[in-house]
Design a protein. Structure first.
Length: 425
């Protein structure tokens, strides 16, 4: 990993993210979306053959397929998924909002209602790996919010089957309908609907550049959660950090994607060499070595700083998806963290606990968007509606002021709406 020092390197050099140029797939995605809008199911079958090289008899996953999946996975994995579900539910139930009503002596009543979205589409990526954890993380907050129908889209393997772990997680989480469609065509089907797949109100879940581009293009027709980019982790470490553990956590993110970013910020110059040695040793043993090695070489960084305050300051500017505070007193730093998707405190809280089991959501803002985005939550599956009631007396009391406001904006029709209720011409 490249090593930087705040004593020798400029902040611009330290913060620069050296990615290969991302290809522009807009034209391809636009054509895919148009085909799905025009030809519906027929386009989906054709696109699945053209892009995924799979011929399907049905787009929908059957109940039999789900039952077989539940019997196929190990009882141990099923138990862990159930435990994870309970942890996720317990955490996210605390996010539930309540509406409110305000009644004033003048006769004015106003309030806000919290309403669940009717239909939500959950996109679960496939390809290089299967992610049942994403199913639980994206579906369970929607269930808590009271979403009436949850539709899941996920690509199949080369045989036209969805991985058993994905189907088992969907069953545990309570997904209503599952379809064997991935990519931009899956997003388009959710946004516009087809003969088989219902149109939804919102699409959530990560995916590749085609999925991300499609989500961006259909935004406005439906809502989306966020545009997810490559995953990242930033570790702040002091003299108490274990270099073996630090290296393992950096590689845990690097194995996701060749574009993933792994950063270590430390006050300890002696820790750097030890972490580098551990990275080399652990990489040699990693099944996804090629991916992790490319990510470490292209986007990995070690930053030597003067103190932990400087470490957190740099972290806030990077705004990582995952922030590990691998220090002696992590809670002393927590209050200084301004920008991070999720924070992992201490030496015994690796980021992977959050990926699978602990309870907080693992669908997090990437590529520095933690400056303004938040983790997926129950809030993502609700909408708010306000209401207002005035008595005649309460309206008359404020009418002249409202009319003045409207006339100031040259909206005479607005002013008349008040005047006619007072009997004015």
């Amino acid at each position: 990993m490249r090593v930087y020092s705040t004593e020798k390197d400029t902040l611009d050099d330290i913060l620069a993210r050296d990615f290969s140029e991302t290809p522009d797939v807009s034209d391809v995605v636009k054509k895919i979306i148009q085909r799905v809008r025009t030809d519906g199911d027929q386009a989906l079958y054709q696109l699945i053959e053209e892009i995924d090289h799979v011929s399907l008899d049905s787009l929908a996953v059957s109940k039999d397929e789900i039952e077989i999946a539940l019997k196929t996975i190990s009882p141990e994995l099923l138990t862990v998924m159930e435990q994870s579900k309970e942890n996720i539910l317990a955490f996210h139930k605390k996010q539930v909002r309540q509406g409110f009503v305000s009644t004033e002596e003048s006769g004015v009543v106003m309030g806000q209602r919290i309403l669940p979205l009717s239909r939500v589409g959950v996109y679960v990526p496939g390809g290089t790996a299967a992610y049942p954890s994403t199913v639980l993380m994206d579906v369970l907050p929607a269930k808590i919010a009271g979403v009436k129908k949850i539709v899941m889209m996920t690509p199949t393997d080369s045989e036209g089957n969805v991985p058993a772990a994905i189907l088992a997680a969907a069953s545990i989480a309570g997904v209503d309908e599952i379809y064997k469609v991935g990519g931009a065509h899956g997003v388009a089907a959710l946004a516009y609907g087809t003969e088989t797949i219902p149109k939804v109100d919102k699409i959530v879940g990560p995916g590749n550049i085609y999925v991300a581009t499609a989500k961006r293009m259909v935004y406005g027709e439906v809502d989306i959660d966020m545009i997810a980019g490559p995953s990242d982790v930033l570790i702040v470490a002091d003299h108490t950090a274990n270099p073996r553990w630090i290296a393992a956590d950096l590689l845990a993110q690097a194995e996701h994607d060749k574009l993933a970013q792994a950063i270590l910020i430390t006050t300890e110059e002696g820790l750097i060499e030890k972490v580098q040695a551990e990275l080399e040793q652990q990489l040699a043993e990693l099944p996804r070595k090629e991916i992790a090695e490319a990510a470490i070489e292209s986007n990995g960084k070690i930053i030597l700083v003067q103190d932990l305050a400087e470490a957190v300051s740099i972290s806030n500017q990077i705004a990582p998806e995952h922030l590990e505070l691998s220090v002696a007193e992590p809670f002393a730093l927590l209050g200084k963290v301004e920008n991070a998707g999720s924070v992992f405190l201490g030496h015994y809280t690796p980021e992977v606990l959050g990926d699978y089991f602990a309870g907080p959501n693992h669908t997090l803002p990437t590529e520095g968007t933690a400056r303004f985005y938040s983790p997926l939550s129950v809030d993502d599956f609700i909408k708010k509606s306000s209401y207002l009631y005035y008595t005649q007396e309460a309206m008359n009391e404020v009418a002249s002021g409202v009319e003045l406001f409207a006339e100031t904006e040259d909206l005479i029709g607005h002013a008349r709406s008040m005047k006619v209720r007072r009997g004015d011409k």
